[in-house]
Ligand binder design. Structure first.
Ligand code: HEM
Length: 52
């Protein structure tokens, strides 16, 4: 999951993907900060429950 998130943020950062809000957000942090935030979100455990 961390690698997926880094890849998606890098895609906005490089202009390969463009969505105004995320392209702006992705341009700010350093490579280390992108790795850190991606690692943090990857560490969240959650259950996905089906509706009854
Ligand atoms: C810690 C800050 C943030 C991180 C790490 C982050 C990360 C991401 C990632 C990884 C995606 C791609 C998801 C995917 O396609 O699977 C994404 C999409 C998106 N984010 Fe963020 N985001 C952040 C903050 C924000 C903020 C503040 C906004 C709005 C003001 C925002 C708006 C969006 C939108 C609209 C998309 C979908 C864009 C599209 O369809 O290509 N994000 N974000």
């Amino acid at each position: 999951m961390q690698g997926y998130l880094i890849g998606r943020i890098e895609a906005y950062r490089s202009g390969r993907f463009d969505y105004p809000q995320m392209t702006k957000i992705a341009g700010g942090p350093s490579q280390q900060e992108i790795a850190n935030v991606s690692g943090w979100y990857s560490g969240i455990e959650m259950d996905v429950l089906a509706f009854d």
